[in-house]
Structure formats: C-alpha cells, structure tokens
Design a protein around this ligand. Structure first.
Ligand code: FAD
Length: 404
C-alpha cells in the first residue's frame, strides 16, 4: 500500500492557484484574530437582517472558502475541480433553522432534486441531511424527552407521549425522510443523517434506524452519525451493530467527534444534569479511535464515514485498513473533511487511492450563515485548526516561490 504523508503541501494545494492560496492565507489569519472573530460573529446576522451591503464581503471571503455556491450549478464547478484530483463531494443543502411545514416540504424537494443532480455526476457518492431541516425542533425535543435507550436502538419512538395532531406531524416527517431515502437508493446515492444536539438526538437515531432497516438490505444507503465526544456513543455503535446483525441489515455510521460541545456543557450546567460530553479531549480521542478500531475490524460488517480533520485518527484508520488487508479503494471505509479545511489530509488520502470526499454545503448566503458561524468558531484559535491551516498554506507558498 502507498505511503501516506499529511505534510505534502504540493499535493494538498495542487488544485489552488497562487492567488487562491493568498486569499485563504488572508482569511485564516483574519479569523485567528480574536476581536475580529467576535465582532464578525455578533455583527453579521444583525447586518444581514438590516440589509447592510455585506453580502459581497461574505461571498468573497468566508463563503468562498467554506461553501460550494449559492446554487447547484455554481457548486458543480467546485465538484468538477475536486473530481480531477479523485476527491469526491458530499453535497449538503446548507439551509438551517427554517421551521414550518412549507419550508420542510421545500427542503425535501430541493434535496430530491439534488439527488437527481448528484446521480448525473460521477463524483458525488453521498448527500447529507440535518433532520431539523425537515422536522420541528420542539417536536423532536418532546419525543426525545419520552424516549428510552433500549427502544431507540430498535428504532422505536414513544408516539404515545404526543398528541394526535403531533402524531400526524411526525408521520409527515417520516414520509419526507423516507421519500429522500427512497430516491437516494434508486439513484445509488448514500444519505448521511447528521447528529445534532443531545436533547433532540433520540428521535433522529430512531428514525435513522428505521430507514436503515428499510433501505440498507444489500448495502448501506442510509448512515447514522455517532458523536464520539459523547460518553455513551461507543456503546451506542456496538448496540446498533448488534441490532443490525440480528435484523439482517447493513449498519452505516459516520464517525465524528461532535460540533456542539460548549452548548452541551452550558445546557447541562443550566439544567443541572451530568454533562453527556467527555471531560477531556483525550477521552474523546480515545473513544473516536476505539470506534475506528471496532468498525473497521472485519468481524463487524459496518460501513463507515471517517469524518475528521484529526491527522492521527485519519492515519490510524489507514493503518487499520492495512492491518486487516482492506484495500484503500474499499467502499466500506470513506474519509471526509469539510470543504475549506485540511486539504493536506484529503488530497494526500486521495493520492494514496482512498475513497475520500469534501463535505460541501451549498445554498443562499443568508441561509448558510449558521454553518459559516460554526466554521468560524471552530477555526477560532491560532493554536488550533487555524494555526495548522496557516502553517501549511505558508509552507506551500514558500515552496512555490522557491520553484519559480
Ligand atoms: C465530514 C464531516 C461531517 C460532520 N458531521 C457532523 C455531524 O453530523 N454532527 C456534528 O456534531 N458534527 C459533525 N462534524 C463536525 C465534527 O463533529 C467536529 O466538530 C469537527 O470535525 C472537529 O473535530 P475533528 O475530529 O475534526 O478535530 P479535532 O481537532 O481532533 O477535535 C476537535 C473536537 O474534539 C472535541 N473536543 C475538543 N475539546 C474537548 C474537550 N476539552 N473535551 C472533550 N472533547 C473535546 C470536540 O468535539 C471538538 O470539536 C462533521 C465533520 C466532518 C469533517
């Protein structure tokens, strides 16, 4: 198997011109300044609401770095470019936080349209879904509050705990998601269902299990997501796997560390319950890597997406594949990083022949703002991800300078 190095910046940034790299350098160094970030996070939603002319600035900076485009057609250009380097994309209709039946139906229609589009391109193996784009948050919260772990593993929901009207509302949610999964299956596209806040996650897990049981007979079409920053998720993966084997369907699981740590801890502290999140990063890392070990082991027939920017975890996954004799081209282990981050991992994995993608959101600027805010926060500290991105970009610019 080919040797992989995440330090190879030539491979990492081959798809970017000098000008594009300079722009990325500017963006990451700006986001690394705490006061700029704090001001941006506060002012942007406000400025958009009041119609201030900041769309152009957003479009040419953070939007271009992290989002594919406002429409599918614009996103196609990015997909084409990445495809030339054997990097696939996971399409994500990035609209968040829009409630109401009409919006939920609209999101479903856009999604099914995108599935058809994805099927006509060779580099879009998956699409990703946030259930809160198709269901009312309050309804998910209510179902979550009445759920039990044992039932959720089996895909059962406490429908007795909601009113007749809410049951009909839930039925429409199930229908939307089922229509999406059905269309994806017909078009040979995988559906990744995102994990969200712990206080709405149980109905998401139960519905995803129902969908896997229905659509994952021959292969994994539908994937759930496990956030390994949660203390209970390693066991959840094992229990989900037992349920899948007993019921003869394929388990699909996207492994991530988790995006809502501060919010989770704050809520646990406000309502005085034990935080569901590991106390330390080391504990999260240990569970993430243990989950890789469990899922990649050939004794468990699990389809996974390794969703991380952590160099150790990505390398460890490739080592496990080597150890178990699983070819890098295997469809059962897919790697993915967010568009705009960790190109050193994505492009070097692709060069080694791995099945790898960029997670690429698209949608109107105003609608993808919550997603952009999360990316800005995640890239906030210079000692963290931003520092690594900046270092690699600077190294590549210097290397190119020397070659001229
Ligand atoms: C393809 C893809 C899909 C994703 N889908 C989802 C999704 O569906 N749902 C979701 O929630 N997130 C999702 N994410 C985001 C993901 O959960 C992480 O927030 C992000 O990837 C950073 O983690 P990392 O493994 O890449 O990097 P690392 O830098 O190794 O890890 C950072 C993460 O470690 C954890 N962590 C940090 N400090 C501590 C601490 N003190 N104690 C305990 N844990 C700590 C947090 O989860 C933090 O985000 C996705 C990411 C990718 C790449």
């Amino acid at each position: 198997m080919p040797e992989i190095s995440f330090d190879n910046t030539k491979t990492a940034f081959e798809y970017k011109s000098d000008r594009e790299l300079e722009r990325a350098k500017f963006l990451f160094s700006t986001m690394g300044k705490d006061w700029v970030l704090r001001m941006g996070l506060k002012m942007t939603p406000w400025a958009l609401k009041w119609g201030l002319p900041i769309r152009g600035i957003i479009r040419n900076t953070i939007f271009n770095q992290f989002v594919g485009g406002e429409t599918l057609e614009e996103t196609a250009a990015v997909a084409e470019k990445l495809g030339q380097f054997n990097v696939d994309i996971i399409l994500d209709y990035g609209v968040e936080g829009k409630e109401g039946e009409a919006n939920f139906d609209h999101a479903r229609d856009v999604f099914i349209n995108s599935i058809r589009y994805a099927a006509s391109h060779s580099h879009i193996p998956f699409m990703s879904v946030k259930l809160t784009g198709y269901a009312r948050f309050g309804l998910l919260e209510k179902l979550h509050a009445a759920s039990s772990y044992h039932d959720i593993i089996q895909g059962k929901l406490p429908l007795y705990a909601i009113s007749e009207r809410e049951k009909q509302e839930w039925e429409r949610v199930v229908q939307r998601i089922d229509q999406i999964c059905e269309s994806a299956k017909k078009n040979h596209i995988g559906v990744l269902i995102d994990a969200e806040e712990t206080w709405i996650q149980d109905p998401i897990d139960a519905l995803t299990t129902q969908m896997m049981q229905k659509h994952n007979q021959e292969t994994a079409v539908v994937y759930n997501t496990a956030q390994l920053y949660r203390k209970d998720r390693l066991q959840f993966i094992k229990d989900s796997n037992s349920w899948a084997s007993q019921n003869h369907f394929k388990l699909g699981m996207k492994l991530v560390r988790g995006a809502y740590m501060d919010k989770e801890r704050e809520r646990a502290s406000t309502f005085n319950y034990p935080s569901p999140i590991h106390e330390t990063k080391e504990d999260t890392d240990r569970d993430f890597n243990e989950a890789l070990n469990y899922c990649i082991s050939p004794s468990n027939d699990i389809y996974i997406v390794v969703g991380t920017h952590n160099e150790y975890s990505n390398m460890y996954a490739t080592e496990l594949m080597n150890q178990y004799g699983i070819p890098f081209q295997s469809r059962q282990v897919h790697f993915s990083q967010l568009y705009g981050m960790s190109d050193n991992i994505t492009f070097n994995l692709a060069k080694a022949g791995c099945f790898v993608s960029k997670y690429l959101p698209f949608g109107p600027i105003a609608d993808v703002i919550p997603y952009l805010m999360r990316r800005a926060q995640e890239n906030a500290s210079v000692s963290g991800q931003t520092g690594r991105e900046l270092l690699l970009i600077r190294q590549e610019l210097q290397r190119r300078q020397k070659d001229k």
